[in-house]
Unconditional design. Structure first.
Length: 583
């Protein structure tokens, strides 16, 4: 418990006032309950045995009034206590969700590359929900288990220390059972939560790739995979349920043995005149009070183990590298567009070298084409410019200022991307275009759309720029999605423009039209174009040829055709495959 609370303390600290109130009224609630056995003792030993004596009826009414008042106050105390615990639970969970989402937004891209979306979703939802239950009622139950057990032990000792010691002989059995099952349940919970993450990830991938699934008629195979993941999840949940099913009854059996011991020994003492019936009944009533925390011990232990597993998984996210913490730059200035790489190397892992000894320079306003076969490292290279990744060695400068000295947000706001796989949010067309500049006016949005040759199409839609589109731009053609993406970049007005193979998935007619729009977009900007196809070679100032992690050529199109065999063979191979009219 202390280990878990230590991990959660930073989130709990702002609500320590609520916790104090909750604990105070929890104590008052339980203290009023402890009156019941004492009243039972007085009724049995003083009132019922002397009921014919004068004043006993008044004493009976007075004692019953105490019970009624205690019940009334218990209701008030319970209401305040429950409200405070729920306020703590919901507030802590809100703060934790916000902190976790902030962390996910600021994680290094390298961390994203190693994680599954479904697993992240599982940590944001199911793991957080477990912690919500912990604060809403799990913590209350644990504190009351400790408080009631301690208080009742003291009260029982005051009534009969012999009976109390006899009952609490079984405490070592209790503790041994709890420790034995706690370790097993904690490991079972961790396995179950990881299986749940894999299952959610499988569902997420299936839904995201539904078009591909249907295109390959792979529905049955996907069903088989999900059934397999579900079966493994069910096995882990069954293992956990089996442990709980054994633990809870075992605790109740141990408690039952304690009650039996009290009845036998206490009954014998009453028969021998060594103990009053009232004390025995009060003692049994206190044991009845003890049944509630004992019955909660198993599920509460399970919840604490689940919460420990959940916070461990959430901590794994919080411990990942953070671009905010990695922020070292403070240089804020308008970019002119000069880029220089000097002996730059990069590797995703120690064994996975992607770029080696990369050196080149780009002048402001130049158009440079990156050419290379699939896997040559083109996308990785351009990802180094906005500091999505950091070079393993070497130096990168923009306008002669080291990349690490630039303020991250200032740098990225002046670099525009048009990707091959256009991502559009599930929002209106206008909001998607405005994404890079949320303060843009409607006139600015429409002007950007006009430059991207998409304005007329949007105007013909029933709701125009307020038309909702599906995630990834579902409902639009590839060319329409790409034009919206271009409009978004135009509105951003970047100083450096990076076109990441953004027309390779389009037909040749649409590609030609979009290339004309991209020419307008590139005017006056430093532009880097990644291309597998070479339709834009005549418009660039120089071409960088990447091959086997290194630069194999850096020159004009005409010169590369003369001396670079990879470039020449790729170029002529392309035009031999095209129909004559396209050439």
């Amino acid at each position: 418990m202390l280990k878990l609370l230590k991990k959660l303390f930073p989130f709990l600290k702002p609500y320590k006032g609520n916790l104090v109130i909750a604990v105070l009224f929890m104590v008052l609630l339980d203290v009023t309950e402890y009156l019941l056995p004492l009243v039972v003792k007085l009724l049995t030993d003083d009132v019922f045995v002397n009921i014919q004596m004068e004043g006993m009826v008044h004493k009976l009414i007075w004692l019953c009034s105490i019970l009624f008042g205690a019940a009334l106050f218990r209701g008030i105390f319970a209401n305040i206590m429950i409200q405070q615990y729920w306020i703590i639970g919901e507030s802590v969970v809100r703060d934790m969700r916000n902190a976790l989402y902030d962390k996910i937004q600021n994680m290094e891209l390298l961390s994203y590359d190693k994680m599954q979306v479904g697993d992240l979703m599982s940590r944001l939802t199911s793991d957080i929900h477990i912690l919500r239950n912990l604060f809403a009622w799990g913590l209350e139950h644990r504190l009351r288990i400790i408080f009631i057990t301690t208080a009742v032990f003291i009260l029982m000792m005051l009534l009969s220390w012999k009976l109390t010691l006899l009952v609490f002989v079984i405490i070592p059995i209790f503790l041994g059972t709890i420790l034995f099952f706690s370790g097993k349940m904690r490991r079972a919970v961790e396995r179950q939560q990881r299986r749940l993450g894999l299952f959610v990830s499988g569902i997420q991938q299936n839904i995201t790739g539904m078009r591909t699934v249907k295109a390959f008629s792979a529905e049955e195979e996907e069903i088989r995979k999900l059934h397999n993941l579900n079966a493994k999840l069910k096995n882990e949940e069954t293992n956990l349920a089996t442990l709980q099913a054994v633990f809870n009854p075992l605790i109740l059996v141990v408690n039952g043995v304690g009650t039996l011991i009290v009845l036998l020994y206490g009954g014998y003492q009453v028969m021998m005149g060594q103990l009053s019936l009232g004390i025995l009944l009060a003692f049994i009533t206190y044991m009845g009070i003890m049944r509630w925390p004992i019955s909660l011990l198993a599920p509460n232990t399970s919840l604490f183990n689940m919460a420990l597993g959940a916070i461990t998984r959430i901590e794994e996210i919080f411990n990942l590298p953070d671009q905010k913490h990695a922020e070292t730059g403070s240089f804020k200035k308008e970019i002119k567009g000069a880029i220089q790489f000097e002996k730059v190397c990069f590797a995703y892992t120690e064994e996975d070298s992607v770029l080696e000894n990369i050196s080149f320079s780009i002048n402001p306003g130049e158009k440079v084409m990156l050419f290379g076969l699939t896997g040559a490292g083109k996308s990785t290279l351009i990802s180094l410019i906005p500091r999505f990744y950091y070079p393993t060695s070497g130096n990168i400068t923009i306008d002669e200022t080291p990349l690490q000295d630039w303020h991250r947000e200032t740098l990225r706001r002046q670099i525009g991307f048009v990707h091959q796989e256009t991502f559009l949010f599930s929002a209106t067309i206008g909001d998607n275009i405005r994404y890079g500049k949320p303060t843009a006016t409607q006139a600015e949005v429409e002007e950007a759309a006009s430059h991207a040759q998409i304005h007329e199409f949007i105007k013909e839609l029933p709701e125009g720029y307020n038309t909702m589109i599906g995630e990834y731009g579902v409902g639009l053609s590839g060319g329409q999605r790409q034009r919206i993406s271009i409009a978004r970049t135009i509105l951003q007005d970047p100083k450096i423009l990076i076109l990441d193979d953004c027309t390779s998935s389009l037909d040749s007619v649409t590609e030609f039209k979009i290339q004309q729009q991209l020419k307008e977009l590139m005017k006056g900007r430093t532009s880097i174009i990644i291309a597998q196809r070479m339709g834009a070679v005549s418009d660039v100032d120089k071409i960088i040829v990447l091959n086997r992690k290194r630069i194999e050529g850096l020159d004009s199109h005409r010169n590369l055709l003369k001396y670079n065999s990879l470039y020449r063979d790729s170029y002529y191979s392309l035009y031999q495959q095209l129909p004559q009219e396209e050439v």
